[in-house]
Ligand binder design. Sequence first.
Ligand SMILES: Cc1ncc(C[n+]2csc(CCOP(=O)(O)OP(=O)(O)O)c2C)c(N)n1
Length: 355
Amino acid sequence: MAMAMGIAGSDAADDSVADVSVHLTRADRVELLRTMLTMRGIEQRALNLYRQGRVPGSFYDGFGQEAVSTGATFAMAAEDRICALHRDLAAHVVRGTALERILAQYMGRATGVTQGRDGNVHFGDKDLGVVGMVSMLPDMMLVATGMAMAFKLRGEARAALTFFGDGSTSRGDFHEALNWAAVQRLPVIFVLENNQFAYSTPLAKQWTVEPIERARAYGMPGVSVDGNDAEAVFEAVRAARERAIAGGGPTLVEAVTMRMHGHAAHDDMRYVPAELLAQWRERDPIELQERRLAAELDVAALRAEVQAAIDAATAVALRAPMPDPATATDGVFAEQAVPLGDGRAPWSGFARTEA
Ligand SMILES: Cc1ncc(C[n+]2csc(CCOP(=O)(O)OP(=O)(O)O)c2C)c(N)n1
């Protein structure tokens, strides 16, 4: 859906915000807001740390897109698997990754999720069901499809979900994943995070056929939702999961949103028209959820609570040591791996791992 300014909840002049969700309790809806505030606060803190030279490399954030990973992950069960990408921090937060581990990860510390072994956004915690991302886009579509295949073969009532961007729809892996998932009727949910730009490439240079049409062409439903509305995303993914678990096969959910920051911290995004950004600024996902809950919730108190948790986590992460170089290969190879240099192929002894 191009630019998508006509979707539910998008009229900035209208203060009355529709209650979209029919399945969420009040506590759930506050939790959605808390998660989005946490994602934004952590990423804002990480950007500051990056500018202080404490985050190596660059930093990628999902500013403005918080509703997508929040709503989608909230709709999945603990036994499901989530493939979180570079704008999906809320997936880690919903699953329970401690905030100090996330900040330590960004700073390459020994207490980070990968213990300093990988770049800042490339992490996942198997115990929490979040699969660390493969940087080649959109390879995680194939990883999620493979996990869904395993669930189906084992007869398990579980589903896999992967996020991916609009740029990913131009890659071959997108088509392979959709086709195989549809042919095999796999329990997988493809969440397209349409944030209008793939680095500097706008949608008009990305596709002539809408992705949800392409999903239908491959034989699965394609639904488009307001990606700035966490409750709308939740409902769409919840329905897709129900369908997947019931054996109905995959669904493509397009969450229409906007990348409000540059591609990464080094990008001033001057290629994005100022009017477009101004329009989307009026549709901030956090403010939308706050307006929904304002009558029944002390929003300022919640914001302060979240900020205090982030401050405490930052202090812990800043005190954490850098990793000991002697441990660099720990956890990289399986225990059973044949040591390099004994004349045999190094991969011949790798253990099989489960999804
Ligand atoms: C195959 C491949 N090409 C290029 C890159 C470098 N890269 C990382 S993110 C990105 C932009 C992807 O755009 P999109 O899929 O729309 O996702 P967004 O970053 O907008 O969320 C690029 C080009 C990559 N990771 N993989």
